[in-house]
Design a protein around this ligand. Structure first.
Ligand SMILES: Cc1cc2nc3c(=O)[nH]c(=O)nc-3n(C[C@H](O)[C@H](O)[C@H](O)COP(=O)(O)OP(=O)(O)OC[C@H]3O[C@@H](n4cnc5c(N)ncnc54)[C@H](O)[C@@H]3O)c2cc1C
Ligand SMILES: NC(=O)C1=CN([C@@H]2O[C@H](COP(=O)(O)OP(=O)(O)OC[C@H]3O[C@@H](n4cnc5c(N)ncnc54)[C@H](OP(=O)(O)O)[C@@H]3O)[C@@H](O)[C@H]2O)C=CC1
Ligand SMILES: CC(C)=CCC[C@@H](C)[C@H]1CC[C@@]2(C)C3=C(CC[C@]12C)[C@@]1(C)CC[C@H](O)C(C)(C)[C@@H]1CC3
Length: 506
């Protein structure tokens, strides 16, 4: 019997599920490696030639042409992007793509880095790895670099993005300065806080249902090569909550994150960017090197020792600290991935591409995840953290938990605090539930109810079981509906709910 008392039915199931690592190691890892290698050089050449911004105009025109074609051919179905479902970083594949009018958007390049204005202008399919590498070489970074390499700017704007610098900068949309879109009538619109501000505030969390994004301007800040990271083991749930809140309010901390290992124990990490001359070289830990242990295992060791610890980490390694192990999700797929020998000989092939895992997913594994796995990011005001974690402990009992405080300004749009700017926390629950009565729908719904009572939100890349009315109660649709009417979106794009509910995802 496997974890959670799973019984094996057939030999094929045993091979497909318990020996998935054979397939992952022999095929997916090498393919991921060569794919990354090829794209690295392709992007480097385009960026050096500065050819992207000249080509951008023609790409936008091609999208406008496709939208006009859609209008001329009778507007029979609604539009979405043509990006295949297996490529996205969301948990499920969208089923709506099959029946909709797909707009091809080959928008994969960085258009301009302007260090005077401190901005970078990018196309929406630029991903986090490409952006952080390009900016890093120039000594800059975007203020929030969401973890996983393949997350795209478009997906992060239309959904949302969060990282351990979010206690200062907010969510990914809050570091965006302007959006360029092709609207339902085929025209191009640019919006920012100053220009077309209604549209600007309506875009985040709209999941591509107000227009097709073609460019985004994002703020950049100077980057150092190293950060000083302090690990502090903390005992007691109330103390964990209070420590996180205190550290998040302290703006001298550039990064704040918690990893909780059981109901009572967590390690709170605070990071500060430091210049090279402030680095104590004896305490440098290059956690990004292929042979290093998975980050959450490294932190767990510090917890077991029970002593505060300070280390200096390369900034890039820190940004991608959870990438190699997909937070702690890879341990179910390659159980020996953190083994020293494996790391030493094959670690350099990591991380496996999420898109390839999705592309090669079998029914048996899908069923396993459906019934014995939870993946949720729940965002609640930080003072509700204790209540939520106690509830999760009783109903799922999954550890580690990812704790990431973030500031939520009171801007118009889908997601804002009840009254005024407030410190929230994202609680990431990823793993195999350790309780007897876990029921994917009932348990997730109970969690969603609690989050709603706490004035919180659920990230929509994962499963949501909200009904339409419950979804409206969680996300403020006032500005969104006004914009849908004004831009004649009703005939052109589905509503957000029709793109994210469980019935349209497989
Ligand atoms: C992609 C992927 C996703 C997974 N997701 C989940 C999940 O969501 N939920 C979940 O419960 N498990 C999941 N598993 C399975 C889980 O990771 C394995 O069961 C795990 O490797 C074994 O851990 P265990 O503690 O259950 O080991 P034990 O139960 O102690 O078993 C040890 C080993 O014996 C073998 N074994 C156990 N029982 C049998 C059996 N009846 N017949 C033949 N061999 C057996 C297995 O190979 C196992 O590795 C997943 C596996 C993969 C590859
Ligand atoms: N650390 C973090 O913050 C993490 C965030 N995530 C989540 O992952 C998702 C991002 O994944 P990613 O693979 O990048 O994005 P996806 O391809 O999943 O896109 C997400 C949504 O954005 C829409 N969209 C994307 N590009 C455009 C565009 N150019 N024009 C119009 N709509 C667009 C998509 O519409 P369509 O369906 O039409 O393609 C889709 O509805 C986000 O939802 C994010 O919250 C996941 C893990 C970590
Ligand atoms: C806000 C933050 C930090 C979110 C982190 C979310 C990650 C833990 C998520 C994003 C994509 C994600 C849902 C994914 C999976 C695990 C959890 C991931 C990595 C896996 C790899 C689990 C195994 C599944 O069979 C499958 C391959 C479909 C998915 C793919 C996406």
């Amino acid at each position: 019997m496997g974890r959670m008392g799973r019984k094996f039915d057939t030999l094929t199931e045993i091979i497909l599920i318990d020996y998935r690592w054979v397939f992952v190691c022999l095929f997916l890892l090498p393919i991921s490696f060569f794919y990354n290698f090829f794209y690295y050089f392709r992007n480097e050449i385009i960026f050096r030639l500065s050819s992207a911004s000249t080509a951008h105009g023609a790409k936008v025109k091609s999208i406008q042409r496709q939208v006009r074609d859609w209008r001329e051919t009778g507007m029979n179905t609604k539009m979405c992007t043509a990006r295949p479902g297996w490529q996205t970083m969301s948990f499920r594949k969208p089923m709506y793509k099959k029946s909709m009018y797909q707009i091809k958007c080959n928008l994969v390049d960085i258009l301009e880095v302007n260090t005077e204005k401190q901005t970078v202008r990018v196309e929406p399919l630029v991903n986090m790895k490409q952006l952080s590498e390009t900016l890093g070489k120039l000594g800059w970074t975007i203020p929030i670099v969401p973890e996983l390499d393949d997350l795209t700017v478009g997906g992060l704007v239309m959904g949302t993005g969060i990282e351990s610098s979010s206690h200062i900068y907010g969510l990914f949309q809050h570091i965006c300065l302007s959006f360029e879109l092709v609207l339902a009538d085929g025209s191009v619109a640019v919006c920012s806080k100053e220009e077309n501000s209604d549209l600007f505030y309506a875009i985040p969390w709209s999941y591509g249902t107000l227009g097709l994004l073609t460019a985004v301007e994002i703020k950049i800040i100077p980057a150092t090569r190293f950060i000083r990271l302090t690990y502090e083991p903390v005992k007691g749930l109330k103390k964990i909550m209070d420590t996180l809140h205190r550290e998040a309010k302290n703006k001298a901390n550039h990064f704040v994150e918690g990893l909780q290992y059981n109901l009572d124990e967590a390690v709170i990490m605070t990071g500060v960017m430091v210049e090279d001359n402030q680095v104590e070289w004896g305490q440098v830990n290059e956690i990004g090197k292929w042979y290093k242990p998975w980050f959450f295992k490294h932190v767990e060791k510090i917890l077991r020792k029970g002593e505060k610890k300070i280390e200096y980490l390369p900034l890039v390694d820190y940004y991608h600290r959870h990438s190699r192990s997909l937070f702690w999700e890879l341990q179910d797929i390659v159980p020996f991935g953190n083994n020293l020998l494996f790391r030493f000989f094959l670690g350099w092939l990591m991380p496996v591409k999420v898109s390839l895992l999705k592309l090669t997913l079998t029914k048996a594994v899908k069923k396993l995840y459906e019934n014995h796995h939870i993946i949720q990011d729940l965002m609640v005001p930080i003072h509700n953290m204790k209540r939520c974690i106690e509830f999760f402990h009783e109903h799922v009992n999954v550890y580690p938990l990812w704790l990431c405080p973030f500031n939520l300004p009171n801007d118009p749009g889908m997601v804002h605090p009840k009254e005024k700017e407030e410190m929230y926390i994202d609680i990431g629950v990823y793993g195999v539930p350790n309780v007897d009565n876990f029921h994917p729908v009932k348990t997730t719904r109970a969690i969603e109810d609690l989050v709603e009572q706490c004035d919180g939100f659920q990230m929509l890349y994962a499963d949501t079981y909200r009904s339409r009315e419950e979804f409206y109660a969680m996300f403020d649709h006032k500005l969104y509906n006004t914009m849908r009417k004004r831009l004649t979106c009703e005939s052109a794009f589905p509503e957000v709910y029709d793109k994210i509910n469980k019935n349209v995802r497989e």
